[in-house]
Design a binder for this molecule. Structure first.
Ligand code: AHR
Length: 519
């Protein structure tokens, strides 16, 4: 619980009885540097769509099976088959949107395998992630059920690579047609009389790679054919998302749109999704300072990619009717085979450095809010940059979860123009937003050896106190483990906010969000 402080309370607090609460574990051995930044409360960038804080869950390793779904008869405490601890943590954080079933898995998934009585569902080999078999006990009904339980908007990635237009079109009808067609009656017989009303539909995934190894021209032709049949049913107009590039690849984007519009411009496309991973030079808990610098610097590249991809899209779509999405993003460290064997494919630990990466990414998205529709970090549980790690009945909340928690006050806020000194990718990162009479500022200090005393001048608003939370650890490889689950956790932090000035201290490797009162 955040502690609300008045200006006077703040000054007293630092020396008073609550000081221990407010002062973070400080790295006093480091140099302290004074820096300044600015927030222009009167220059609005655009609304921060909560979907910029979205998530992704694939049939991969132990993300779905074990991480989210254990089945009703499991000894792991569950609610109708969903892990109780995962449901509780994800509901508390709020998952605005959840993408499923892949990833690469999506283009080898046939939705009919995952409906009907569980015992009758076929067992299939997961060819992308280790050739193990899945019993399909988690399918469309379970996915939508999960979304309803945690309050997430469902986003289904359809199969373009190995599926047919008919299969994808039927999935939309099965989910969204109100009743009276064979498919919608089948849905009702399978337990859901009410339509699911799924709005978000991905038309393939990474079709330049695992989704069919296509050229942008080939993909554009398939895309055009598939979406011809993906219709509005029962008032739910599907938001159709095309596969975008791997990182900032301009040739895919130019090639795709040129081909898509070669004959006519009336092709249904609502979103265009880029994937952007930040690669790690070592395994998660063995990062050197250099590994960390390299990975965290990639977020400058992410911001550049958003600007450049949007600019290319603007050439084809000057009115910005098509939304830019970052469907998959996050840190992808060197994987440890023994850990993957124990916990599942693409399992990686999650450290304070991962949390900094999450906060750097979210700050980028806030700053570019008017160019983006949705961003989904990969992946929710037990895979890559996870929010939760599970081991049988144990569940650990990762530093990345806490980074999302700290950035949550920005959801639905109006993003504001910020300024900082210098343009180093490892300089202080800032994003700010205004909601009603509150100003939220998130600051990240990615440096491992510098304490920052930051003065933020706020133009266009007068402030009167506020509260702050910090996530910080002096050890870049610190993480939460099953045996020590609370090594990296947020705490209250001291902030001074009066008139047009905010003063806050950022220890090395820290994220601070201040929520300030606008007088
Ligand atoms: O997130 C893991 C994998 O990364 C996804 O399946 C794929 O889309 C991407 O290459």
């Amino acid at each position: 619980m955040s502690k609300r402080l008045s200006r006077r309370g703040l000054l007293r607090g630092a020396a008073g009885a609550s000081a221990a609460l407010l002062i973070p574990r400080r790295a006093t051995a480091y140099a302290t540097v004074r820096e300044s930044a600015a927030v222009n409360a009167d220059i609005e960038i655009g609304k921060i769509n909560p979907y910029l804080h979205g998530h992704f869950a694939e049939h991969l390793g132990t993300c779905i099976y074990e991480g989210l779904w254990v089945g009703k008869n499991s000894p792991v405490p569950n609610v109708e088959g969903f892990r109780r601890d995962a449901i509780e943590h994800l509901s508390r954080l709020g998952i605005p949107v959840l993408r499923w079933p892949g990833g690469c898995f999506a283009d080898d998934y046939h939705w009919r395998d995952g409906i009907g009585p569980t015992g009758d569902r076929p067992s299939r080999v997961n060819i992308h992630w280790g050739n193990y078999t899945e019993d399909n006990s988690f399918g469309t009904h379970e996915f939508v059920g999960l979304c309803r339980k945690i309050g997430a908007e469902p986003y289904i990635a359809g199969n373009l690579g190995s599926g047919t237009p008919q299969e994808m079109r039927d999935w939309v009808e099965y989910c969204n047609y109100p009743g009276g067609s064979t498919l919608s009656d089948e849905r009702a017989a399978n337990g859901s009389k009410d339509p699911f009303g799924v709005v978000y539909w991905g038309v393939g995934n990474e079709n330049w790679g695992c989704g069919g190894n296509m050229t942008p021209q080939e993909y554009a032709s398939h895309y055009r054919r598939f979406v011809t049949y993906m219709r509005t049913f029962g008032g739910t107009r599907p938001y159709l998302i095309a596969c975008g590039p791997s990182s900032n690849d301009p040739s895919w984007t130019r090639g795709f749109f040129t081909k898509l519009y070669e004959r006519q411009r009336r092709v249904r496309i609502d979103g265009y999704a880029m994937h952007f991973y930040s690669w790690g030079g070592d395994s998660s808990t063995k990062f050197t300072v250099e590994n960390m610098r390299e990975q965290l610097s990639s977020f400058a590249g992410l911001e550049e990619a958003i600007l450049q991809q949007r600019a290319i899209m603007d050439g084809f779509d000057p009115e910005r009717r098509i939304g830019l999405l970052i469907d998959e993003w996050g840190v992808w460290d060197r994987l440890v085979p023994e850990e993957e064997k124990q916990y599942g494919r693409l399992w990686q630990q999650n450290t304070i450095r991962s949390a900094l990466a999450a906060a750097l990414g979210l700050n980028v998205f806030h700053r570019q809010a008017e160019k983006l529709h949705m961003c989904n970090i990969a992946q929710t549980v037990n895979v890559l940059q996870a929010l939760l790690l599970t081991d049988r009945d144990r569940c650990v909340v990762t530093p990345t979860y806490y980074a999302y928690e700290l950035e949550k006050p920005h959801r639905d806020g109006m993003s504001l123009r910020t300024e900082r000194t210098g343009d180093s990718p490892l300089g202080v990162s800032i994003s700010a937003s205004r909601k009603d009479n509150k100003l939220a500022i998130t600051l990240v200090n990615p440096k491992h050896n510098t304490n920052l005393e930051l003065s933020v001048s706020v133009r266009g608003a007068k402030l009167d106190g506020g509260t702050a939370r910090i996530l910080h650890h002096a050890d870049r490889n610190a993480c939460n483990t099953f045996d020590a689950p609370s090594e990296v956790t947020p705490a209250d932090h001291s902030v001074e906010a009066a008139g047009s000035m905010v003063k806050v201290e950022l220890p090395p490797l820290s994220i601070v969000t201040a929520v300030l009162e606008i007088a």
